[in-house]
Design a protein around this ligand. Structure first.
Ligand code: DAS
Length: 319
């Protein structure tokens, strides 16, 4: 039995030997060779890509999900570790989670400091991810993120700092566990398991807009997306829009564009029956919007996956 390490690029695989501009150029085999503490673990390496994570497309995310499913079906694989750049790691991890209901642990990790810098964090993160994937209690927990000693559910993990090494957190509810001295101490389970989707590659599209509502935002911020396949909206507070955005929302809904609303607050969910002013949850309900309880970028990933599986209504709640 072995742990499959799937290398995709990112800072963990970047060097700046060319004079200060780090770019991904290391293979998965290089990452494994540079990580102390793996001698007792049988590893196999899958070289998936060598790219910065902002270059990841949803098509590549689906390719990665197919690979993860194939590895789960392989009796020789005990766990899967995916290394990726941190910028969109939370989106890739959640994409994988939405497409995966296997028992084999799948753990995503990366690094904030590349191997050319003092104190690179990649080796420690890779080691912690492998130890997590080997932990019997990691089985059946869905896709996990292991980073800076924390183990987080893909659904909740989000990058909260642009530079610090302990950038991945779960706002509101905290990590599932922590890795210390190579073993995981689990403290909670991820409640609210998501349905699993089987996206049709031919329906997969990146044409799902993500709009962040801001004070006095004009109608154009929303109407610019009148042709989008789906629009995801991070509303203020418990689910509120500016007056002008309501005008644009009415037009979108009249044109049958699905609109999925979440809150722009890092913690908490949308209200259903607290406010009644124009642009409140009453408006969202009247216009047949759907509700999400995820951050905006994860809401968009869920919309992309659910749309590709032709299950959009099934994937989000009505207000
Ligand atoms: N921000 C870099 C990283 O942390 C780049 C990337 O996401 O690929 O990996």
């Amino acid at each position: 039995m072995s742990i499959a390490v799937v290398s995709t690029g990112g800072t963990i695989a970047s060097t700046d030997d060319s004079g200060g501009d780090a770019t991904p150029d290391l293979s998965g085999a290089d990452l494994v060779a540079a990580t102390p503490g793996l001698d007792d673990v049988a590893l196999r390496v899958e070289e998936f890509s060598t790219m910065p994570s902002p270059h990841f497309t949803v098509d590549r995310m689906l390719d990665l999900a197919v690979l993860v499913r194939d590895l789960d079906a392989d009796d020789g694989v005990e766990g899967v570790v995916v290394t990726q750049g941190t910028d969109v790691l939370e989106e890739t991890a959640y994409f994988l989670d939405l497409c995966y209901d296997g028992e084999t642990p799948v753990v995503v990790t990366g690094a904030m400091r590349n191997p050319s810098l003092a104190s690179p964090d990649g080796p420690a993160n890779l080691l912690a991810a492998v130890r997590t994937a080997l932990d019997a209690d990691a089985r059946g927990r869905g896709v996990l993120v292991a980073f800076a000693g924390r183990v987080l559910p893909a659904r909740e993990a989000t990058k909260v700092h642009s530079q610090m090494v302990d950038t991945f957190r779960c706002p509101e509810f905290g990590p599932l566990g922590v890795v210390e001295e190579g073993s995981v101490t689990w403290r909670r389970r991820a409640e609210h398991p998501d349905p699993t989707f089987d996206p049709d590659p031919d329906r997969l599209t990146n044409d799902v807009a993500a709009v962040y509502v801001t004070a006095d935002a004009p109608a154009s911020h929303l109407s610019a997306h009148a042709d989008a396949t789906v629009v995801c909206l991070a509303a203020t507070g418990a689910g509120h829009l500016t007056g002008e955005l309501v005008d644009a929302l009415e037009d979108l809904r009249a044109a049958d564009v699905p609109v999925i609303v979440t809150t722009r607050c890092p913690e908490g969910r949308l209200a259903r029956s607290t406010y009644g002013f124009r642009g409140s949850e009453r408006t969202l309900r009247r216009l047949g919007c759907l509700y999400a309880d995820l951050n905006l970028q994860k809401t968009r990933i869920r919309a992309i996956v659910a749309h590709a599986a032709d299950r959009l209504d099934d994937a989000f709640a009505a207000p």
